[in-house]
Design a protein around this ligand. Structure first.
Ligand SMILES: CC(C)(COP(=O)([O-])OP(=O)([O-])OC[C@H]1O[C@@H](n2cnc3c(N)ncnc32)[C@H](O)[C@@H]1OP(=O)([O-])[O-])[C@@H](O)C(=O)NCCC(=O)NCCSC(=O)C[C@@](C)(O)CC(=O)[O-]
Ligand SMILES: NC(=O)C1=CN([C@@H]2O[C@H](COP(=O)(O)OP(=O)(O)OC[C@H]3O[C@@H](n4cnc5c(N)ncnc54)[C@H](OP(=O)(O)O)[C@@H]3O)[C@@H](O)[C@H]2O)C=CC1
Length: 425
């Protein structure tokens, strides 16, 4: 049975019922669902191998982004986040996007850049051309570091040399461009950069200092496009509001930072759920938001000829399915199996689709009723728990807070006290 990601009312189910619904909707082995919730005792020894000085775990909630269709295929999207309303908003807009086929996504080749900084070069432009003359030798030396990657079809692809004029000095910076296949690629390219450094110093007649990948991974882009039906969004006025909201973000970096944070709500959640490096992706995305020296929006919002909203997003997406924590963390492995992607490119496409859904979800709320109703209603559960409500009491406290329209800690404590004093739930 193909995956059916359309899960109406999934969020209204109790936790156990949700597992049953997920098992029915997914084509993954039922064991995968069990693996999504491994016992802490099983993970702790693995954590000890993953990081230094391990003393515990920091479990972050893992939810399923519902309703996603990416390049014609339904997908159940694992999302790890501590923030309420993120998964709801993504699922909501994924449903709206289905009307016009869902998300259409593409990626460039998985090219990562390693930088080698060369100092004390007397003739930077001369050095640059000497390095270019030895391109083939240097690329072959890089490939020799990673025969596995080369065997799998990846490897060093190009050499670029930049002369960067700084305030204090001129830097010669060599870029080694590597096809990293299905890896995120940092370790792979760093190994190559370190191996090439002595020869580069010799050719440039300088001193090599830094040998590290660039997180401005702008040769490894993922793109998503979706048409959001004007009627389903709430009408032409809502589309206008979203486009006007986008324009402020486009023009004003103070708004752009928040607009892009909304995109990252979705992106980071999938990146984390699949055991990938959230900081690398965040650094890449924010650096991509600087165009012509100005920080601006990562996404674009337009109206099509029929008045529907066309949302597009293009960001660097250095995520992998091998290496890093993707293969070590049992929950990340299960999350990837639930998602059912086979390549890093497919994963990158899903990540960027979720970022776009999230962005439009937030903009729709902002351009209409404001963020607080949807967000705070869901945040009320956190507030109730923080006030001391037990699992049995949470719903009743939330109902009171939402009915009063006051989602605050003091009101949650008062509502809990009233409930415990026998007031009707
Ligand atoms: C919260 C909603 C979705 C409610 O929206 P709604 O219109 O009340 O939802 P609905 O009851 O009509 O349900 C529609 C669909 O939404 C989903 N949905 C609906 N409720 C849930 C739920 N509880 N749990 C899971 N999924 C939910 C679900 O898919 C559902 O379909 P159905 O299952 O019924 O066929 C809406 O108000 C919304 O999208 N709000 C935006 C929330 C948001 O963006 N949160 C991010 C945090 S705020 C932030 O950090 C970023 C920001 C905002 O600053 C960025 C920026 O400024 O640009
Ligand atoms: N600035 C940053 O962003 C930095 C990030 N990091 C970290 O680096 C890690 C990611 O590095 P990464 O290089 O992906 O990890 P790994 O070195 O763990 O994995 C990459 C290696 O996996 C092997 N491999 C097996 N199958 C494939 C395949 N299908 N495609 C590609 N490679 C394959 C390759 O060869 P082989 O088997 O020979 O290794 C490749 O070199 C993350 O943990 C990240 O946090 C590290 C430093 C800096």
């Amino acid at each position: 049975m193909p995956v059916n990601s359309r899960l109406p009312g999934f969020y209204k189910l109790a936790l156990d019922e949700r597992f049953a619904a997920l098992a029915e909707a997914s084509d993954a082995d039922p064991a995968v669902l069990d693996d999504l919730r491994p016992a802490h005792e099983a993970i702790l020894p693995i954590a000890d191998g993953m990081v230094e000085n391990a003393v515990g775990l920091m479990p972050v909630p893992l939810g399923v982004g519902a309703n996603f269709r990416v390049n014609g295929r339904d997908l159940l999207v694992p999302m790890a986040t501590e923030e309420p309303s993120v998964i709801a908003a993504a699922s909501n807009l994924a449903q709206v996007a289905r009307e016009h086929g869902g998300f259409f996504c593409s990626t460039s080749a998985p090219l990562m850049i390693a930088q080698i900084q060369v100092l004390d070069v007397a003739d930077p432009h001369g050095a640059s051309l000497r390095l270019h003359e030895r391109r083939d030798e240097l690329l072959a030396a890089a490939d020799a570091q990673d025969p596995v990657l080369v065997r799998l079809g990846g490897g060093a692809r190009e050499l670029q040399v930049r002369v960067v004029d700084g305030a204090e000095q001129r830097h010669v910076v060599v870029h080694l461009i590597v096809d990293v296949g299905d890896a995120m690629g940092a370790n792979a390219v760093n190994t190559m950069a370190e191996a090439l450094a002595p020869r580069i110093a010799e050719i440039a007649r300088g001193r090599v200092l830094l040998r590290i990948l660039s997180n401005k991974a702008d040769l490894r882009l993922a793109r998503a496009r979706a048409v959001f039906d004007a009627g389903k969004l709430g009408g032409a006025e809502v589309v206008d509001g979203i486009v006007d909201a986008y324009r402020l973000a486009f023009d004003d970096p103070y708004r752009a930072a928040t607009h892009n944070k909304g995109i990252m709500n979705g992106i980071s959640a999938v990146v984390l759920a699949t055991g990938n490096d959230t900081r690398a992706v965040e650094a890449g995305c924010h650096s991509h938001a600087v165009r012509d020296g100005r920080y601006t929006t990562l996404s674009h919002m337009e109206r099509d000829a029929d008045g529907n909203l066309v949302g597009t997003l293009e960001v660097p997406m250095p995520v992998g399915l091998v290496g890093g924590a993707t293969k070590t963390h049992p929950t990340a492995r299960a999350a990837v199996r639930l998602l059912g992607v086979e390549t890093a490119a497919e994963l990158a496409q899903v990540v960027v689709a979720v970022g776009l859904a999230q962005n439009v979800g937030a903009l729709r709320a902002l351009a209409t009723e404001g963020i607080q109703r949807g967000h705070m209603t869901l945040h009320a559960r956190n507030i109730a728990i923080a006030a001391g409500a037990t699992a049995e009491e949470v719903d009743a406290v939330v109902r009171r807070l939402v009915a009063e329209g006051t989602v605050r800690a003091d009101r949650a404590e008062a509502a809990l006290a009233e409930l415990r004093a026998g007031a009707p739930a």
